[in-house]
Write a protein that binds this ligand. Sequence first.
Ligand code: TEU
Ligand code: CA
Length: 601
Amino acid sequence: MKKIVFTLVAALSMLFGNPACSQSPAQTTTINGYQSTWWKEAVVYQIYPRSFKDSNGDGVGDLNGITEKLDYLKKLGVDVIWISPHYDSPNADNGYDIRDYRKVMSEFGTMADFDRMLAAIKARHMRLIVDLVVNHSSDEHHWFAESRKSRDNPYRDYCFWRDGRPNPADPAHPLPPNNYPSFFSGSAWQWDETTHQFYLHLFAVKQPDLNWDNPKVRQDVFALMKFWLDKGVDGFRMDVIPFISKRPGLPDIPADQLAHPDHFYSGGPHRDQYLQEMNREVLSHYDDMTVGEAAGISLDEDPQLVRATRHELNMIFTFDAVELTREGFYGLRDWKLPELKAIYDNHWKILTKEDWDTVFLSNHDNPRIDSNFGDTSSDENRVRSAKLIETMILTLRGTPFIYEGDELAMTNYPFKTLDDFNDIEVKNAWKERVVTGQMTPEEFLARAARFGRDNSRTPMQWNNSPNAGFTTPEARPWLAVNPNYTTINAEAEEQDQNSVLQYVRDAIALHHRYKALTYGDYQDLDPLHPQVYDYTRTLAEPRQNPERLLVILNWNAKPIAYTLPGGMKAGKLLLANVSGTTEADTGTLRLGAWEARIYSF
Ligand code: TEU
Ligand code: CA
């Protein structure tokens, strides 16, 4: 059998003249200098299990709910599903605080449900990656529970315990050991009465940081990674992974970096060494994919994280693009299109053929993609701009990530009061900013409504029945359904030929059809144009059938007559987000509001 396959591959490669293929038929192929892998060619879909589909009417999404919807995802065309944490957790941060890494969160189901879900994913030829949250655990994890018991507990060194600094004003209450701020407000140090020391938590009080300098911690993490890989998961998204190496001696953060501590936290001296050890001991033994949430990292400074020859991670999420729209505390930034282009142009410039990138503008920590980057001022513009954004995500160089609901152009929720929110980030920030009188409630709520993480965590809108088909009509969803579910929902979009859902399916299919969209070269045709983003993706191989694609995005509600630079002509129209578009083979294009097109030329 093997021999037949081999001969077939050899014959095919002779026929199509791919020299790399005939040299190493069973092994890897090189395309345009890139080693081809399944995860470079994949489209990834992120699920926030709590909000995706509730199968048992308790108002909380669950694993059986995901299993129910796999045919929907298969039809959408995605290859890899990433689920946000599914592990046992007291949910101080919706599962990003893990109590037991080998148990399924009871609200989400059982291990049998997980196994069934995984088997069903594989049966559909899709893959699953899970969230690896190991910079910190829950304070209810037994490592921390032990660690906190006494100064000489064998687990003491699993976390960071330090004496406080003397507090002359109130000697009974020492000051935190250093000036580290927590991402969820206040100091990153929590006083613990049991042993009269502080422990470190870069996130919530209930998320103590794990001490990766302790080899036992690393061994325990590697073991739990193997546990899930041996079950058959296809890899990991790694939460704030650059933070695992702390600065020796835990010195103060320089004052000018206090407002953005992530850069400081991500630059510990052993970061790459620990990732290489993880690769050697675990990842290299599996055909897996890894994507690191690289908070604080810029590719200019740290391209080595994804350099294949260094054996650390396959890909990282950097935040340059997704955070372009904001500044300060949930503040709106007046961003310009050339800035967005410059980010992707820069990635293209920095990354070599040994590296790989991600493309995303949304996740469970950010506003809804269309509310953040598009135009929700009218329904028509919402639909067009959502299609335009997905066109871009599916045609830039890098593995595209789609967050649940993006394919429907779900929007931000009309938050009115603090009670409408669930997120610890918002609740804590309210205490720090409003209760202290720094910010008015109105100002705070306006900012949180625009940028709060709960925007992306409202339940998936499956149909127009009460609770949007996310849960039973009688149930109370854990977070309210966006009232626009009556018109924005999967069932309605399934019926509508011009829906965002249908368009995203077409765009994903196109992404798979043209290898140029994965391995092709990238060229920004007009980097400084304030309104149009147009670029080519070109692949010279195979020589007799080269692929040359042109993507044109009118990133604005204003129509424009746009002339392609250098006398270039748009060729054959492959995809357009405005129905009835026929313009082709011309150098000047009349683009309507938020119009997006893909040509082959
Ligand atoms: O996010 C970490 C992260 O970088 C962002 O949360 C950012 O620091 C924060 O939103 C500031 O605005 C990851 C997860 O994606 C997030 O959901 C978790 O809450 C966090 O880590 C802690 O695990
Ligand atoms: Ca449920």
